[in-house]
Ligand binder design. Structure first.
Ligand SMILES: [Zn+2]
Length: 349
């Protein structure tokens, strides 16, 4: 995740970048705000920036091995703790976040990090259970941090929803927060900081990420009306043709997309990612954090039933792969032809 992938919150990005550039990174931090405000994406972009050897213009490069591993949530020095649970769990059975890392990676990738607690529990198949962060989990964090950094940069732990720690876990974590570990960064990402122990609150440097007011929503949409209309139209057209299995017309669609300028093509695909994720959120009943209105909202509402947990991730990675090929100057005609056919197969009919 790069800062530029996060729409809005410019003030906070600038401040975060400054702390890294000035070498004033506080070892225990907390980002607070509702799921739609982008607290988790900001934490990820911040860690990526901190560890990138090729920072430029206030952002990580997005291409070096460190950036790529962090973007894929596969960096050996990046650890995640989140509330977990299992339906039908036996008493005494210990469940920790690591068990659910594949689901976590999928969720973060599919939504760009914009999801809330309930959406996470739905992914875990929890019907009437809440997730929990246990003492065992906190012990595990200490164990992991006792290793030397694998890649020589910062070790980072992201604790998503620390308010779900039980008291024993909170007290264990408190010990770590009290003594700074060398080149180790803790980021708590909280939606309800009022539920945390005051002793924890007093140990962390807080970044309050403002909620999504109308202006922020506009920024999040990422397209301005005049310029965005053709991108949106191409998206609608592609989905319509895919749904109706119009192969010949899909080829014409690819020609049309290939005729756009290179920057335009990239923006087109970036918008596809945004609209696909937003449709998935609508499908999941999360209209509040889908950040859509007007024609986009109307269309994505109709399109949402076809974007579910089974195909959202393959579809997004197909778009990302096309985007990657364009960035490497692949032939637009080939990229869009392949992409149109591949994407059309992924729409649930
Ligand atoms: Zn980098």
């Amino acid at each position: 995740m790069q800062f530029k992938d996060i729409k809005g919150q410019e003030e906070i990005k600038r401040r975060l970048v400054k702390t890294v550039d000035a070498n004033r990174v506080s070892h225990a931090q907390m980002f607070t705000g509702e799921a739609g405000s982008g607290t988790l994406p900001l934490a990820l972009a911040y860690i990526q920036y901190l560890n990138c050897p090729n920072r430029a213009d206030g952002d990580s490069c997005g291409e070096c091995p460190s950036c790529q591993k962090i973007a894929n949530l596969q960096h050996p020095d990046l650890h995640f703790v989140m509330p977990v649970n299992k339906q039908g769990k036996k008493s005494g059975e210990a469940i920790t976040s690591d068990t659910f890392l594949p689901e976590w990676r999928k969720m973060v990738t599919a939504t760009g990090g914009y999801f809330d607690e309930q959406m996470w529990y739905d992914t875990l198949g929890l019907e009437n259970l809440q997730g929990l962060i246990s003492k065992r989990e906190a012990d595990e964090v200490i164990r992991k941090l006792s290793f030397k950094s694998f890649e020589g940069g910062y070790k980072a732990v992201v604790v998503w929803l620390p308010e779900r720690m039980n008291i024993e876990a909170a007290n264990t974590l408190l010990k770590i927060l009290e003594e700074p570990w060398d080149r180790t960064l803790f980021i708590l990402v909280s939606a309800k900081p009022e539920l945390l122990l005051p002793t924890i609150l007093s140990r962390v440097q807080q970044t309050v990420v403002p909620g999504s007011e109308f202006d922020a929503r506009r920024a999040l949409a990422g397209v301005d009306a005049e310029e965005g209309s053709e991108e949106f139209e191409l998206f609608v057209e592609l989905m319509r043709l895919s749904y109706n299995d119009k192969h010949l017309e899909l080829m014409k669609w690819a020609e049309r997309a290939a005729a756009l300028g290179r920057e335009r093509q990239k923006r087109l695909l970036e918008n596809f990612i945004r609209l696909t994720r937003a449709s998935f959120m609508l499908n999941a009943g999360l209209e509040d954090i889908a950040y859509l209105w007007g024609a986009e909202l109307d269309f994505c509402r109709r399109f949402a039933p076809f974007i579910g947990p089974r195909n959202v991730e393959p579809l997004v990675s197909e778009i990302e792969s096309a985007l990657g090929q364009l960035r490497q100057n692949g032939s637009a005609a080939i990229v869009f032809t392949h992409f149109a056919l591949a994407a059309s197969k992924m729409i649930i009919k």
